[in-house]
Design a protein. Structure first.
Length: 119
């Protein structure tokens, strides 16, 4: 029984579109890899695999072993929190500092203002 594995997804679509834009033809075989990213990076570094396609994290250790392409998605961190239903409070920044910090901020501003007026 000869079964073919179908591999698909966003990263595969990006790879195939990029390969289609090359001015020459390349042949490739997609092989599913069910292990950690570190193991995948090791296989590429040892040249057991020519390339790895997917959601891989560039770390210092990984960068020393293999070359990465430029990211095709904007990387970044996000935080998802519960939305507040209260009305927006325009004085939210007041809570960021302790009362002692506010006293110091005012005192420093008075000293700087006084210094600037003397010149």
């Amino acid at each position: 029984m000869n079964r073919k594995t179908h591999i698909s997804g966003f990263s595969i679509d990006v790879f195939e579109a990029a390969a289609g834009l090359l001015p020459y033809n390349i042949t490739y075989k997609l092989i599913p890899f069910d292990a950690s990213s570190d193991e995948l990076i090791k296989k590429v570094a040892r040249q057991s695999l020519d390339v790895a396609i997917g959601d891989l994290v560039t770390t210092t250790g990984h960068n020393q072993r293999v070359d990465f392409s430029l990211p095709y998605l904007e990387p970044g961190f996000m935080m998802v929190t519960k939305a507040k239903t209260k009305e927006l409070n325009l004085w939210w920044f007041v809570r960021l500092f302790t009362p002692w910090m506010w006293v110091m901020i005012v005192a420093l501003n008075v000293l700087i203002w006084d210094y600037c007026l003397d010149d």
